[in-house]
Write a protein that binds this ligand. Sequence first.
Ligand SMILES: [Mg+2]
Length: 257
Amino acid sequence: MAATPAPLTSLDHTGLRPEDMAVFLDFDGTLADLAERPDQVSVPGETLHALQRLKRSLDGALAIITGRPIDDIDKFLAPLVLPVAGVHGLERRRAGGERMAAPVDQEKFGLLRERLQSFADANPGLLLEVKQGSMALHYRQRPDLAEACAAAVGAALTGLDGFHVLHGKMVIEVKGGTATKADALAAFMREEPFRGRVPFFAGDDVTDEDAFHEIARLSGISIKVGRGTTAALFRTDGTASFRHWLGSLADSFDAAK
Ligand SMILES: [Mg+2]
């Protein structure tokens, strides 16, 4: 049973040294506010600037771990380019720039896509987002269809093995592989410039809980953004308070250099 997380304001970041830290951040609901459609989000300029400063003071040990494709993150963070684990760990770009992706059965993937697309087309307001190795059925504009979406995903998976279903905030994700955000975090931690540092991870959704457990295993620092049961050590109210805290972390790391 996880203990109640402490308020993030009780984490004294003046005691943290940038050369000892590896910072991993979820994107949606953590850096960016959630929006009606996934393409409508943005990161405030002030936060982009804080990320730029963090990258510099951490000597590059700053990465995004997200459910989105890597290319989406590049678009939202431009001109900043960071190491990214995308699609909940199915694809990853290392600090050196090399990209890797988990193999997916394209025939099964195509069949699942067809089935879910026809369900989405028949129900206005639903959005099927297709990514590398995964697809996400968004029902933020049709919360009344939550149960129907879950049933449709179950039906669409009939006869198709090897897929994993994740329930997020107003979205059901179907992944064609078993890699998780925890696997992505562990993989980064085996590589430069992350290796040997204390990992820090902030996220807002159920899919971030795997990574919080990995952080606990590595004796790192975990932050839950927003409400909900969590294994994280600290909690903050929402994206605005987290972005504010991240800005003050960047200030304190700059001062430490
Ligand atoms: Mg999130």
